[in-house]
Write a protein that binds this ligand. Sequence first.
Ligand SMILES: Cc1cc2nc3c(=O)[nH]c(=O)nc-3n(C[C@H](O)[C@H](O)[C@H](O)COP(=O)(O)O)c2cc1C
Length: 153
Amino acid sequence: MATILIIYHSQSGNTRHMADAVVRGIESVDNVTAILKPAHLATLEDLLSCSGLAIGSPEYFGYMAGQVKDFFDRTYYPARKSKKIFKKPYVAFISAGNDGTGALVSIERIALGYPLKKVYEPVVAKGRITDDVLTRCEELGMTIAAGCDAGIY
Ligand SMILES: Cc1cc2nc3c(=O)[nH]c(=O)nc-3n(C[C@H](O)[C@H](O)[C@H](O)COP(=O)(O)O)c2cc1C
């Protein structure tokens, strides 16, 4: 059975709403399990054992949240050494006040190093989390889940 790990950080709830929508999308696919974890609680083992990864972050000061960066800092070398991470599929979703570019670019750059494989266009929400944003997050979750289940990545 495929498992998708969703790691996220959220202070005022916006990224968490998006993460919950990603989970709904994942769970709409038979035989796929979503594991939702705040980034500071996610472990190397979570990363190595999942079939795919969804990374959610607010933009803080033109960058990803420190907690998401900390997850990368803790797992980067051991994940590369294990080789279990090589080109594992991932998707990203960002909540920002009015931009989001810096958070997204910083995640995408680090993902290249693991290396992870981007399998769907990221969702970047600016301002209020609308129904459209949540629908796109559900699609994001459904897409990576269906792809992992089918083994197409
Ligand atoms: C410390 C801090 C720094 C922020 N920096 C940015 C920023 O650089 N660009 C931006 O568009 N929004 C910025 N914001 C707004 C947040 O990205 C936005 O409110 C986001 O939806 C918060 O997500 P959350 O509700 O999951 O915590 C910042 C917010 C905080 C608290």
